[in-house]
Design a binder for this molecule. Structure first.
Ligand code: HEM
Length: 531
């Protein structure tokens, strides 16, 4: 695998850059090779680089002078009526599995919906993969919170790598995550009680159910990020309490970010109301996290070294101990966890509940597993969770069919050849996971919710390539909260479906893309006690 990956890196020969013509064999072979993880390594790399077509020939909509391609998104343009969620699909359908979109005011983007090409991007990204951060948050840290500039969501290079390795030691180790089974379970049980209490007379969830799911995700992840139960699932939360403020802050930050990132706002040049909203929310968020982290710093300061060594440390405590009690590290990761871990987990859980509610046979199969492995009165422990294989398949399948993140961003940090085209170092690529996950030629019966496809004995339903379904990203930069996200979803579903049936009696809910994919119409799930 490694050597195949190395072979695929083509260094641009000096003075070249525009090869002499299409390397037909390589192009056709690499373009849509289905079944193997290896790359087109049989071709000598110099020859492939020399023969590669130049970047200027990558297919894509042609930009007009001055207007670029932006006009296409305005009335009269061919992409004007395409919802943002569908733009990559439309481009790929029209131009093929790699598409160049230039002339959009920002840097040229390369959309990649070919699993071999995706694999090649990840396999050549090196130790310090570069991902364009959310520019508004990046700007905020650089200009107002220099002490947090290394945050994972925005940093790149060595700055990112140093902090990421500290985080990996605490958040990616299964033994550190297992400590959270009990508290995350307590949050889930409380949320299910809340679901029961907010049902209407027909046992249907209220119109703002997705917001309720966000409160559950917030309460779960702030327990990890801030080492405290904040009480977001209680009735009548005091808006001035930390619980009340976090619910509002998350909403403000995400609304503002979506507008600043995707809108035509001039916030980079002048201070707009939306920019000020984001800055104020981030200021309050940072102050809140700093205050909470300082409480933990004080708590640790009262403990002797022996006490610390013999204690089962929380993520926050461990991060502080491993970074010589540097509060900035803990604040930065707390903010990373809340910014990256609330809307993602909540929106993904919304679709998971919808798919199970609207596929009663899959729900029944899950309940059969729960009846076997997690009976009433039995505590939920890490070994029990380990045995819930069908549940994990249900989650994986929901993430395939409707991932909250539709593409993985990478800026290629060396010249590479993708599908016969020379892609120069510095090109901003988007690996279009959503497009690949729904491509019938890559995933058998792609439009169906089939958790079985992830279980042994159903290989004929598996995607034909391992890089089709990568909902948490890939490589050293992959999601730092994956283990917590999985734990939250597994624990909630185990408790919910053990005791309740969920039903769906409406047309499918509408989907939209803000920063993450979400439902834009009410999630009217019915929740009934199991007999
Ligand atoms: C279902 C829920 C989630 C999904 C689908 C998800 C997905 C992702 C994806 C696709 C990335 C980019 C990976 C890449 O570039 O290769 C990412 C990054 C990240 N995620 Fe998640 N995530 C989820 C939940 C969480 C949670 C709960 C946390 C916090 C505990 C979290 C923290 C992060 C952080 C800090 C990063 C940046 C990592 C880095 O660049 O080093 N995520 N996530």
């Amino acid at each position: 695998m490694r050597s195949a990956a190395r072979l695929s890196v083509r260094v641009r020969p000096s003075g070249s850059g525009s090869g002499s013509g299409p390397p037909r064999g390589v192009h056709l072979q690499a373009a849509r090779c289905r079944s193997s993880l290896s790359l087109a390594g049989e071709v000598p790399e110099d020859a492939a680089a020399a023969q590669a077509r130049p970047f200027s020939e990558v297919p894509g909509p042609k930009p007009l002078p001055v207007l670029g391609n932006l006009w296409r998104f305005f009335p009269g343009g061919d992409l004007a009526n395409v919802p943002p969620y569908e733009v990559p699909d439309t481009l790929v359908r029209t131009y093929g599995p790699i598409v160049k979109l230039e002339g959009m005011m920002t840097a040229t983007k390369l959309f990649v919906a070919d699993p071999n090409a995706a694999q090649q991007i990840f396999r050549t990204e090196g130790q310090w993969p570069i991902r364009e951060g959310i520019s508004s948050i990046d700007y905020y840290y650089r200009n107002y919170r220099k002490n947090l500039e290394f945050s994972l969501g925005t940093a790149n290079g060595e700055l990112w790598q140093k902090f990421r390795s500290t985080v990996n030691q605490v958040a990616m180790q299964p033994r550190n995550v297992k400590v959270y089974v009990e508290p995350i379970n307590a949050v889930a049980v409380e949320f299910i009680q809340r679901m029961k209490s907010i049902r209407d007379a027909n046992q249907q969830m209220p119109d703002d159910f997705t917001n309720e799911i966000k409160k559950w995700a917030s309460e779960s992840i702030t327990y990890v990020a801030l080492d405290a139960r904040l009480g977001m699932l209680e009735n009548d939360i005091d808006p001035d309490s930390d619980a009340g403020r976090i619910v509002e802050l998350v909403k403000d930050v995400f609304d503002a970010m979506a507008e600043l990132e995707f809108g035509l706002s001039p916030w980079r040049y002048i201070s707009t109301p939306t920019w000020r909203k984001l800055k104020n929310a981030m200021d309050t968020f940072t102050e809140l996290a700093t205050r909470r982290v300082n409480e933990v710093v004080d708590r640790l300061a009262k403990l002797s070294e022996e006490e610390i060594a013999s204690r089962q440390l929380s993520v926050l405590e461990r991060l502080l101990v491993n970074s010589s009690h540097d509060p900035d590290k803990a604040v930065a990761f707390a903010l990373d966890m809340m910014l990256a871990g609330i809307d993602t987990t909540a929106n993904q859980t919304s679709s998971l509940l919808y798919f199970l509610a609207s596929n009663p046979d899959k729900q029944r199969a899950l309940q059969e597993e729960l009846d076997r492995e997690y009976q009433e009165g039995q505590p939920l422990t890490a070994p029990v969770l380990e045995r819930l294989k069908y549940l994990r398949a249900c989650i994986k399948e929901a993430m395939r069919l409707q991932a909250v993140v539709t593409g993985i961003l990478r800026t290629v940090n060396q010249d590479i050849v993708l599908n016969g085209y020379l892609i120069p170092k510095g090109t901003h690529t988007i690996v279009c996971t959503k497009v690949m996950c729904r491509d019938e030629s890559l995933v058998p019966r792609a439009s169906e919710y089939l958790p079985e496809r992830w279980l042994p004995g159903h290989e004929h339903l598996k995607p034909t390539h391992a890089f089709v379904n990568i909902p948490f990203g890939f490589g050293p930069r992959m999601c730092a909260g994956k283990r917590f996200a999985d734990l939250e979803m597994e624990v909630l579903c185990a408790n919910l479906f053990r005791s309740y049936n969920l039903e769906w009696h409406h047309p499918p809910p509408a989907v939209e893309q803000k920063l993450f994919v979400q439902y834009s119409t009410p999630l009217k799930i019915t929740m009934k006690e199991r007999q």
